[in-house]
Design a protein around this ligand. Structure first.
Ligand SMILES: *Cc1c(COP(=O)(O)O)cnc(C)c1O
Length: 343
């Protein structure tokens, strides 16, 4: 059976152009700084993200972890939204590796209240941990691909700057936010100290993320990447597709957003489903509680009919649109689900 794979935008496979770029890539040893393809990707990424320098890392998780390791000291506290990927999905790596303590704040569609952020910053007291970092996420995955408003980012960046605390943006899907708001990505990144963006999600690269910041920061981050075993050799073979992802795949993200909207509208017509999120980008969250089954059971059931999704809570299901899902497939998924669940 061929599946309509709405599990994640990570399932996209590289385009033919990416595979060809990989084949043709000029290579060298990147640990010696001698892989021209990686150097070209890092320079381009820094330029696009409006930062002095960038580092190609193996994954979004690695990029985020290197950011925390580079910004913080063991015993620091970091402030982040309570469902942030860095807190929720990274296996407590911030505690396991960086030795920092997370302090989570409840957000509204992924956006923390700047006043709450400010009052959570620790003062100078022998009993207290020092606040080492503030993390934001845009778009916010668990909030259903919600766009954290620019004004909110600006307010939190001002709080961070006032207290001389760095601000890291987990921008795994930052390009989705930029495209949806029709803004250059630098409109977001200029209110951050560092940023991580994924090349392997909606942009379609097979592997990799970018971490960007000041030259001095990236110099230290490079050492942390090496310590973590992320110093790779002729890595141009995977950086070459990443370059195409970054330079040619951004604008088409709008198609994914249109498909997500189409899916949302289709599912709204099926009364047993309740749509949980406002669909800003490429994610639709559906609560299936009315069916009296768990999300796991629901996912097993629809898989038998060729549709793949992921659980997002006991009765919550996530559908994600991406490069490898066509509008026709979205329509097919809607009609299959309608015939299965229309009462
Ligand atoms: C996917 C994702 C990551 C991690 O990226 P990986 O490449 O899967 O490690 C980090 N943050 C957010 C918001 C994500 O959606």
């Amino acid at each position: 059976m061929s599946f309509i794979d709405l599990r994640s935008d990570t399932v996209t496979r590289p385009t033919d152009e990416m595979k060809k770029a990989s084949y043709d890539a000029e290579l060298g040893d990147d640990v010696y700084g001698e892989d021209p393809t990686v150097n070209k990707l890092e320079e381009k990424a820094a330029e696009i993200l409006g930062k002095e320098a960038a580092l190609f890392v193996t994954s979004g998780t690695q990029g985020n972890q290197i950011a925390v390791l580079t910004h913080c000291q063991p015993g620091n506290e970091i402030l982040l939204e309570e469902e942030a990927h860095l807190f929720y999905y990274e296996g407590a790596a911030i505690s396991a590796f960086a030795g920092v303590q997370p302090r989570t704040l409840r957000g509204n569609r992924g956006a923390m209240d700047p006043k709450m952020v400010e009052s959570a910053i620790r003062g100078d007291d022998i009993h207290l941990p020092e606040t080492g970092l503030i993390c934001l996420e845009n778009t916010h995955n668990r909030a259903g691909g919600a766009i954290v408003p620019l004004e909110n980012m600006i307010d939190i960046f001002e709080v961070a700057s006032k207290h001389s605390i760095p601000l890291h943006l987990d921008g795994a899907r930052l390009f989705n936010a930029a495209v949806a708001l029709n803004q250059p990505v630098t409109e977001f990144t200029k209110f951050t100290t560092t940023v991580q963006v994924c090349l392997s999600k909606g942009l379609g690269a097979p592997v990799g993320s970018i971490l960007a910041g000041s030259k001095e920061f990236i110099h230290r981050a490079r050492k942390w990447r090496k310590r973590l075993g992320g110093g790779l050799r002729q890595v141009g073979v995977i950086a070459a597709p990443g370059y195409i992802a970054l330079t040619k795949m951004v604008d088409r993200l709008g198609e994914d957003h249109q498909n997500a909207k189409r899916l949302e509208i289709g599912l709204r017509n099926i009364p047993v489903f309740s749509i949980v999120n406002t669909v800003d980008t490429n994610i639709v969250l559906v609560d299936v509680q009315t069916l009296g089954i768990t999300s796991a059971q629901f996912i097993e059931d629809i898989k038998k009919h060729g549709i793949l999704a992921v659980p997002f809570g006991p009765t919550m299901v996530r559908f994600t649109t991406h490069y490898d899902v066509t509008t026709q497939q979205v329509d097919n998924a809607i009609s299959t689900l309608a015939s299965l669940y229309k009462r």
